[in-house]
Design a protein around this ligand. Structure first.
Ligand code: NIG
Length: 386
């Protein structure tokens, strides 16, 4: 066994294990957590011992954040597009093509360096598990390359060749879908765990989305989907019918969509920083939670619709704008994100789970919403990069 570590003198510990403490968050006061070989071996009162001691000094400690939706492999930025949007231009996803041009023109070494910088930023913001999509390559060569870059940082990699039809296939969407489902998928699959598709008017319709998800499944990939981001559509229904682990965005939900989510194991993942950055309305998460669906919150870090790695910011938005309680929002970025990635080893601090933790510069997790914009992550424990 390697050297053990104790986080001691914890004022408030959120375990997310109701068997260990009070309420659904399994809260303990005056606690300590012992970690060995990156696994939690003991949760108990303050004063436990280990080889290395970290003094939380009475602060709140949480499971490390799980960011289940990002697009970190890209070059360039689209701050001009954001500026224009703040002056009234609508968001339609068309900027994906600009980022695709810039990403294709950038060397693999530089893409790796850019991704590493964003990963480090996310880690400083408390994220200890991250999903990364391709989707700015949109050719067999460049999608496969993006996934190789992403795989060096995380096992949670997602093939998103069906992000948008690239310029060279304009007007030939079915041909492009054929490419994605065949040659591109074959090159992408060795470095992908997940397959994803942007099911939206102007991107891929319900039949095309189904075809992509089913082809991915046949190649051994698990499904997730971008759904109902810019308007009501069939994305949520397609995602649930295809057994996706998660439907992401869920900005526009009908009663039937909520019912479908509630009666399935598919997680509804909200991306509130996107609604912020695109001036979309915020979804009413209360209705989804009250119906009985499992929810997650992710950053959707990308250069177009959401250029942030801060899940604290997302928590604050979800609480202020989406009718979630602070406890629900904190669960959504920890166990919720874990559920969206079909992982039971992360998002909680109980014996046997990953030793990924965040020490706040605050006495409780409520400060994450109460003090928006303040860097409250004092220390992130657990490697984001394996
Ligand atoms: O999740 N909706 C599609 N993909 C990203 C946006 C990508 C971009 O605008 O570059 C999203 O919002």
């Amino acid at each position: 066994m390697g050297r053990s570590l104790v986080i001691d003198n914890i004022g408030l510990l959120i375990t997310n294990d109701p068997a260990l403490g009070r309420g659904p968050l399994g809260e303990l006061t005056k606690a300590s957590v012992v970690i060995a070989d990156e696994v939690v071996v003991s949760v108990g009162p303050a004063g436990q011992e280990a080889d290395i001691q970290i003094d939380a000094d009475g602060a709140c400690v949480l499971p490390g954040f799980v960011d289940s939706h990002t697009h970190l492999v890209f070059a360039g930025d689209r701050s001009e597009e954001f500026t224009a949007r703040m002056a009234g231009q609508p968001y339609d996803g068309g900027g994906i093509r600009l980022t695709t041009e810039e990403t294709r023109a950038t060397s693999s070494e530089e893409l790796t360096r850019l991704t590493a910088r964003r990963i480090e930023e996310a880690r400083r913001a408390g994220t200890t598990t991250i999903e990364i999509k391709s989707g700015y390559g949109l050719s067999t060569e460049h999608e496969a390359r993006s996934l190789r870059v992403a795989r060096a940082f995380t096992p949670e990699t997602t093939f998103l060749g069906a992000h948008l039809v690239p310029a060279e296939y304009r007007g030939k969407t079915d041909d492009y879908v054929h490419l994605v489902c065949n040659e591109m998928l074959a090159e992408a699959a060795p470095n992908a765990k997940w397959i994803d598709v942007f099911c939206e008017e102007g991107a891929f319709d319900a039949d095309q989305s189904r075809a992509v998800l089913l082809a991915g499944k046949a190649a051994g990939l698990l499904g997730r989907i971008h759904a109902n981001q810019l308007g009501n559509g069939q994305g949520v229904q397609v995602g649930v019918q295809c057994g996706c682990a998660s439907v992401d965005h869920c900005t526009y939900l009908s009663d039937a969509d909520i019912e479908a989510l509630a009666s399935s194991t598919t997680v509804a993942t909200f991306l509130p920083a996107t609604d912020f950055s695109t001036r979309q309305p915020y979804p009413n998460a209360r209705r989804v939670i009250d119906a009985g669906a499992t929810v997650a919150i992710a950053s959707n870090c990308n250069p177009g619709s959401s250029y942030t790695t801060s899940l604290s910011f997302c928590i604050a938005l979800a609480v202020r704008e989406m009718h979630m309680t602070i406890d629900e929002a904190v669960q959504a970025v920890t166990v919720g994100g874990a559920a969206a990635l079909q992982r039971s080893d992360i998002g909680r601090l109980s014996p046997g789970s990953a030793g990924h933790a965040v020490i706040l510069d605050a006495p409780s997790h409520h400060h994450l919403a109460y003090r928006p914009g303040v860097p409250l992550i004092r220390q992130t424990i657990g490697p984001l990069v394996p």
